[in-house]
Write a protein that binds this ligand. Sequence first.
Ligand SMILES: C[S@@+](CC[C@H](N)C(=O)[O-])C[C@H]1O[C@@H](n2cnc3c(N)ncnc32)[C@H](O)[C@@H]1O
Length: 130
Amino acid sequence: MHADATDTGLESGRFTGAGSFNMLHHVPSSEAQDAIFRELCRVLRKGALLVAADAVYSEDLLSFHEGDTYNPIDPDGLGTRLGAAGFEQVDVDRFEFGWMCTARLHADALRRATAPGRSPGRNVAFERDA
Ligand SMILES: C[S@@+](CC[C@H](N)C(=O)[O-])C[C@H]1O[C@@H](n2cnc3c(N)ncnc32)[C@H](O)[C@@H]1O
């Protein structure tokens, strides 16, 4: 499929896992990155695993992305941001050039799909299967 990760159009609560690799720095704002985290929560089922990784800021990567979007995530704030979206058991590993993390969808989450730009008809609350 080919879709904007902030609003995939995929069925809610469908997937048991998701991965995001070297992609989030191409998302132009923190708000849009957080919308992706919320969209991941929406399409995952309870206990599902997220695995994500990306590079941290560097002057070299800034130059490499000249003329392109470059908005790297600060791994120090990632746990808070994923928690706000609905993930738990967030584990962020930092290394010299980047970070990787695993997180699970909160088991008791009652989620409202709040991705900005979502049409009101799809802004529905739902409860995950037991
Ligand atoms: C540097 S490439 C990484 C591709 C691949 N994950 C890898 O590790 O080789 C960044 C990718 O993010 C995708 N991307 C950027 N913004 C996106 C968005 N809002 N929704 C979905 N994909 C997006 C781009 O289409 C591109 O394929």
